[in-house]
Ligand binder design. Structure first.
Ligand SMILES: Nc1ncnc2c1ncn2[C@@H]1O[C@H](COP(=O)(O)OP(=O)(O)OP(=O)(O)O)[C@@H](O)[C@H]1O
Ligand SMILES: [Mg+2]
Length: 399
């Protein structure tokens, strides 16, 4: 069994699209495939038309059960999507996993132990990770034989790539097993000059650390997701499906081709090379002028309803987060001398959402959330920095 984690801290770079459609392509090629949704946003269920209100138990229950020494069988939560393709859905509770596992021994190995129990039942397990680095992503890494990092072909996504890979490297250094890490160009639009230039540069620098298959921007992929179907079902003649069949072939090949043995070299070496390449690459590419986008007129409430994370609104910095089971959520940062007592988030209704607005001056700040007394990185802010204790502080740039 190979376990492929689809990881990138950056939101919206195509992780879920790759996870769903790579799984579908592997199943279509005759492999028993399990897709595990490790993201509390539950986008795999949405993209595969699994009705969220009917998900009684999710991967959250399986992971928590394993962490507490009261395991339940993963088979009990699975949904059959098509022949040989099953989904272990997530649920919003998963957002509280890190907090609930705080202090639990071996909490980073819950998923690995769960997957060890079904090693003979699947050929491929695909893990769709959240856009943050936390215990869920770390659990995925500890289980993975392969990591695929989808990179959207645009300057602004490349800008964070080196930092993202560095963070991945730090996490991977704490894994015992060897992992193949490969970069995948996603949402490639051959019609744009910028896209072509970036792909050419990426290929030059990343060479064998990059899939030669590219996932093109294809509106059929978007349509398929909105109708709750993998591309294999929605349009098997589409370019989108062809890309994923190619990706599946390439991935399968990396396991057997002896001349690609360097792919199983230690992560340390591999990621150092990738990170250095990303830095070099950035130095060579000029950002295109960003076209002016007309701003839609939204009310403050509409703006707030639309996100989790940190935003600047009307001169205030608004922190919004999701902890359905928490009693208290506070913020500690360099703006309040790291004392969380005075900065409590307010619970908004009973949907698990918490919020606080702070009047912060321009500047760069570091902070952590304190959830029921447990300090942790903000799961909805992908800008992070390692602190002296080896943990991640969230970073906030107020402009
Ligand atoms: N190759 C593609 N062609 C066209 N649209 C795409 C492609 N890949 C992704 N998209 C669209 O881009 C959006 C973001 O993609 P997706 O949800 O897969 O990203 P993600 O990395 O999983 O996001 P998140 O970080 O929030 O989990 C979706 O609307 C998806 O349909
Ligand atoms: Mg996703």
């Amino acid at each position: 069994m190979r376990t492929i984690a689809i990881i990138n801290q950056k939101g919206g770079c195509g992780k879920t699209t790759v996870s769903i459609n790579l799984s579908a392509a592997l199943a279509a090629k005759g492999y028993r495939t399990l897709l595990v949704d490790m993201d509390p946003q539950s986008h795999c269920a949405v993209g595969l038309a699994v009705p969220e209100e009917q998900i009684e138990q999710s991967i959250y229950d399986v992971l928590i059960g394993m962490g507490r020494g009261e395991p339940i069988r993963i088979n009990e939560i699975l949904w059959q999507i098509s022949e040989r393709f099953e989904l272990a859905p997530s649920s919003i509770d998963l957002a509280a996993f890190e907090q609930q596992m705080s202090g639990v021994k071996d909490r980073e190995n819950c998923l690995r132990k769960v997957l060890d129990g079904i090693r003979d039942e699947y050929d491929y397990v695909v893990l769709d990770c959240p856009p943050s680095v936390g215990l869920l992503t770390f659990n995925s890494l500890r289980s993975a034989s392969d990591v695929v990092v989808p990179v959207e072909m645009g300057y602004f996504s490349l800008h964070g790539l080196s930092k993202q890979l560095q963070t991945l490297k730090v996490l991977c250094e704490q894994c015992e097993q060897k992992i193949n890490v490969m970069v995948l160009a996603s949402m490639y639009d051959i019609r744009t000059k910028m896209g072509r230039e970036i792909l050419a540069e990426l290929k030059k620098h990343f060479s064998d650390k990059m899939f030669s298959t590219v996932v093109n921007f294809n509106t059929k992929l978007k349509e398929a997701a909105s109708l709750g179907q993998p591309i294999s079902e929605y349009d098997s003649a589409s370019k989108g499906y062809k890309d994923f069949l190619g990706l599946a072939d390439e991935l399968i090949g990396t396991n057997t081709q002896m001349n690609r043995a360097e792919l199983v070299n230690s992560l340390q070496a591999k990621l150092n090379v990738i990170s250095a390449s990303a830095e070099e690459l950035l130095a060579t590419i000029q950002p295109a002028a960003k076209p002016e986008q007309p701003k839609p007129q939204l009310t403050l409430d509409e703006k707030l309803a639309d996100f989790y994370g940190v935003r600047q609104i009307n001169g205030q910095v608004v922190f919004t987060t999701l902890y359905p089971r928490a009693q208290t959520v506070q913020i500690a940062g360099d703006f309040n001398a790291w004392s969380p007592e005075s900065t409590r988030l307010e619970r908004l209704g009973d949907n698990g959402k918490w919020q606080l607005a702070l009047p912060l001056e321009k500047g760069i700040y570091k902070y952590r959330l304190v959830v029921d007394g447990h300090w942790q990185q903000d799961p909805y802010n992908d800008k992070t920095e390692m602190n002296p204790y080896g943990e991640l502080n969230s970073v906030l740039h107020v402009q």
